[in-house]
Ligand binder design. Structure first.
Ligand SMILES: O=P(O)(O)OC[C@H]1O[C@](O)(CO)[C@@H](O)[C@@H]1O
Length: 535
């Protein structure tokens, strides 16, 4: 079939050679684009309507976000005058992924802390403290990772004797959240976000824009790009690329997202959360896999929709590295955010799920709380191979254990690596995804814990029940106190990993736990074992 291309205002185009005809016809016959543009909360069925009624603010939030521009400009100038120029963002999932992609794409430095790893946090705390502002971002104001980080930073500033601790904090939260009160009490600059927008749809609200603007991004451009794109949001094809992307997303069980090398960096991690948390529920959903390059293993396979993203409007003309993805989405970042949000909402309609709830995220959180009180349950290692101890599968050694997990992946199955480590210093472990994906046809995903708990974690527990899991944790050389709490970050991280193991095992999912007693040597051992076929 010859490719279909749809262009919107704002210079965004979606092109696909996949036959999405029936899905497209369904959406158009029921007038879904116009109804979604008009914020019709009934589109996902009666059970979803109540939540949808308070979650569709993202359709035009970017216009309300213009009011933030003078606020952040003044705040940035005040901070600069006080010699504060390094921006650290403490937040999880939707409260950190958008600023990260914005700053990576525009090459503006921003330190994102969406972790409980004591080594990563200690390193961030020990760097240019006096010149640092910490943006504490949490919609609910109650996320344990973010609150623990806030406490650690307050302690660090207090210990360093800076003259005004509150001046080193900007709080972004929903009106009325516990964090609003805390932020005010500590003398932070508090910025309230649009409450009618859920976390993963919040890229163009204060959550996405404030940290990026403080770091030095001209966020008005992003708003303008989204506004230009929105002009064709209710249009019929060929002027509505989001409807084409939504129809394509709902057409395959897995979407492999890659960059085409024409300018957008890291959108895959943001889209991964959007798609996984929005669709991975009720035993179904679209599994997002962020692949390293257009030619990486898993980028194309049966059942996989390959999608390339790029900044240029014509990927072919702009020298794309991907010859024929199933779908290409090309256009500026502000328009990309809105296009993917709309597409996910369309896919939700086609898959008959509620794209605005995350019913299974709480499970691992609840388990973590219990384990923090009672301690991590002890388990017997099935093998100890130097710096790597293995638990949970019958295998004599590490290569056999890995082979066993790969062969447990069935039809429609997938394998997930969940690494509770330092995603900066231990970054080379991410190569494991590629090494394992080379050995099986099925999708292989990789996530850093606890960050993935706020993204693909929903899919693992609520999506199609065919996942096979490899969890990797490490002992830390030193713990870091969570001030005012009876546990440290290492204890919290271990409890989060144990809580998620429990949630997955309670559902009968195969899970291999690898515990590294020495990080560097353990990572080397795991990577080399992944290359060995144990048979
Ligand atoms: O902004 P908050 O409330 O801290 O939540 C962070 C993330 O946690 C989740 O609520 C659930 O994982 C995400 O949807 C959200 O982006």
């Amino acid at each position: 079939m010859s490719p279909i291309r749809m262009d919107a205002g704002g210079g965004l185009a979606v092109t696909t050679g996949v036959d999405v005809g029936p899905a497209l016809e369904t959406l158009l016959a029921e007038d879904i684009p116009a109804r979604l543009a008009a914020a019709d909360a009934t589109l996902w069925g009666p059970d979803a309507a109540e939540e949808a009624a308070i979650r569709l603010g993202w359709l035009d939030t970017f216009e309300r976000s213009r009011a933030l521009l003078p606020v952040v400009t003044r705040l940035r100038a005040d901070l600069a005058e006080a010699g504060i120029h390094r921006v650290v963002l403490a937040g999880m999932g939707g409260s950190s992924l958008a600023p990260e992609v914005i700053c990576r794409t525009l090459d503006v430095p921003l330190t994102v802390l969406d972790t409980t790893d004591p080594e990563q946090i200690t390193r961030a705390l020990n760097d240019q403290l006096a010149e640092t502002v910490v943006v504490v971002s949490s919609k609910s104001g109650g996320t344990v990772e973010t609150e623990s980080l806030r406490r650690a930073w307050v302690q660090a500033f207090t210990d360093s004797g800076v003259s005004s601790v509150g001046r080193h904090f900007v709080v972004v939260t929903d009106p009325g959240s516990p964090l609003e009160q805390l932020g005010t009490a500590m003398g932070a600059h508090v910025i309230l976000a649009d409450p009618d927008v859920g976390g993963r749809y919040s890229a163009l609200t204060a959550f996405g824009l404030v940290p990026a603007a403080l770091a030095g991004v001209d966020v008005e451009e992003l708003i303008d790009e989204a506004a230009a794109f929105a002009e064709t949001m209710a249009a019929a094809p060929p002027e509505n690329p989001a409807v084409l992307l939504g129809a394509a997303l709902a057409s395959r069980p897995t979407v492999a997202i890659t960059e085409d090398g024409t300018g957008i960096v890291g959108l895959g991690d943001w889209a991964e959360q959007l798609i996984a948390e929005s669709t991975g529920k009720d035993g179904k959903g679209v599994l997002p896999v962020v692949v390293e390059s257009p030619t990486a293993p898993g980028a194309t396979a049966p059942g996989v929709l390959s999608v390339s993203v790029g900044g240029a409007t014509s990927h072919a003309a702009a020298g794309s590295r991907l010859d024929q993805p199933d779908v290409s989405v090309n256009g500026p970042l502000g328009a990309q955010f809105l296009c993917w949000e709309l597409a996910t909402a369309y896919a939700g309609r086609l898959l008959a799920i509620d794209p605005f709830n995350q019913p299974n995220v709480a499970e691992s959180k609840d388990n973590t709380k219990q384990i923090l009180d009672s301690g991590v349950p002890s388990e017997e290692a099935v093998f100890v191979e130097g710096p790597v101890s293995g638990y949970g599968v019958e295998a004599a050694n590490l290569p056999d254990a890995i082979t066993e997990m790969l062969s447990s992946v069935g039809t429609d199955g997938y394998l997930t690596v969940m690494a509770y480590l330092d995603r900066e210093d231990d970054a080379r472990l991410a190569e494991l995804r590629r090494l394992l994906a080379e050995r099986i046809e099925a999708p292989v995903t990789f996530g850093w814990g606890p960050r993935f708990l706020h993204s693909t974690g929903q899919f693992h527990k609520g999506g199609r029940p065919t996942g096979v899991f490899v969890q990797i944790t490490a002992d830390s050389a030193e713990d870091l106190e969570v001030p005012g709490r009876p546990y440290g970050f290492a204890g919290l991280q271990a409890a989060q990993a144990a809580g998620d193991r429990q949630a997955l095992r309670d559902r009968g999912r195969p899970l291999l736990w690898l515990r590294l007693t020495d990080r560097a040597e353990g990572i080397d051992r795991v990577l080399s074992a992944a290359k060995e076929d144990g048979s």
